[in-house]
Write a protein that binds this ligand. Sequence first.
Ligand code: G16
Length: 543
Amino acid sequence: MSVQTVKTTPFTDQKPGTSGLRKKVKVFQGQHYLENFVQSIFTAIGGGHGKTLVLGGDGRFYNPQAVQTILKMAAANGVSRVLVGRNGLLSTPAASAVIRKYETSGGIILSASHNPAGPDEDFGIKYNIGNGGPAPERITSAIFEESKKISDYSILDWPDIDLDRLGGQMVGDMSVDIIDPVADYQVLMESLFDFGKIRALFQSGFTLRFDAMSAATGPYAKAILEGALGAAPGTVVNGDPLEDFGGHHPDPNPVHAKALFDLMYGEDAPDMGAASDGDGDRNIILGRGLYVAPSDSLAALAANAHLAPGYKDGLKGIARSMPTSRAADRVAEALGIPSFETPTGWKFFGNLLDADMATLCGEESAGTGSNHVREKDGLWAVLLWLNIIAERKQSIPEIMAEHWHTYGRNYYSRHDYEALEVAPANALMDALRGKLSSLVGQTFHGETVASADDFAYTDPVDGSVSTGQGLRVAFESGSRFVIRLSGTGTVGATLRVYLERYEPKGGDMGMDTQDALATIITIADEVAEISARTGRDAPTVIS
Ligand code: G16
């Protein structure tokens, strides 16, 4: 056994984005690229000595090779023990659950989430800390700083191990436990939800279609939905993880989950439709003929969470990312609990959850979760919906209609302009930022601007400040639009335009969402000069 010290030079582009480092596979396969970043993680966390880590990923192309490399580097950096999901597979929420259950120092998760996979597509890597959540900015910044000055990395000269064999193996002096990726996660779900009631719901004829999008959630969904809960065989479709996700984008939105949307809006729709993403942390929920916007899903889950055993004592607070609609705030107000508005990125929820200030969290980007782990959790959201349906004995459209009747409706949509050239996208942001203060008081198409700013967040727990988190323009009517650049893409720039209009209770709750938002869409385009500056006459994706 010998530790090799390999000379290297820094890369300038290893700055983690919204959720870790995401690049093309070919970039990660370049000489020293993965190794430099992994060594930067170890250095930034003070070395590996005596630590236990969790390691796994969404099963995409290059996942097994990266696992082998990271194991050899972990051993060379003094790590004592690594828990690895069988075949290198661990959904992101399951990795978080395993970190927490075994109280490890942290974990390395290999995922580019909803981005496509394959030799010419994307790969990603991120570090999660001991609470199970994504590393906060102070650590991701430290990793980036290390990556800019790295001069060598350590790796053990050791053969690849058998990732398919459950149980213990050694890599040098470091023990490796290959674990069943589903088992611990399933135990956690059983502790939160009334599996007996959900089983009875399925026995009574309730039908579900869960699209695992040929990605990480398949084994979890099959074991829990079809196995433990007795949903009919075939409930889970695209349930086998493929290294290229079957050539699709594992992004549960109307474009990439089109088959599910077509089914749910068709004549033979099951009672419920759901889908997850590449690494199992996102979810979408549909009822017959109804897509529940993720912001609305968070609000409805918050209003009904007490019906599930894990939340029977109520919620401490609700947190949402800034661009997420304010539907959940109304629920928090009615419950008499605080609501929090954080920047985009699940890492910003960690402190609130650790401090027990928030119980449920959610984002417009198809993410909902709770204090059971420190990541968003796709299958968890499906199970909470099922538990609520089993208790309320109502359909999803009925539950949402009652919700809007009680709270009013925040009509909401996100328009994405993908693969823009970086310079004009930055120029658009700069131009809008430059005129924010002058917008206040101006009226556009009957909507008067009440406030306009560049969102900054002060973490109420540790006082850390995050600036430049999105440009928001709010109107006196309660409508608003928010614009920011995505931090997860790997090609050019992706402009996200978030649109929201509040219809108070007693108003029209049955409008088409794009119709309801038409005026705000027009104003956003004019004020931010979107079509003029991008040359696009329509978004790439509307969700
Ligand atoms: C990640 C983050 C989320 C964020 C999303 C979109 O999700 O964990 O918190 O909302 O990216 O970020 P952006 O708008 O910057 O692309 P995931 O599922 O990709 O890990």
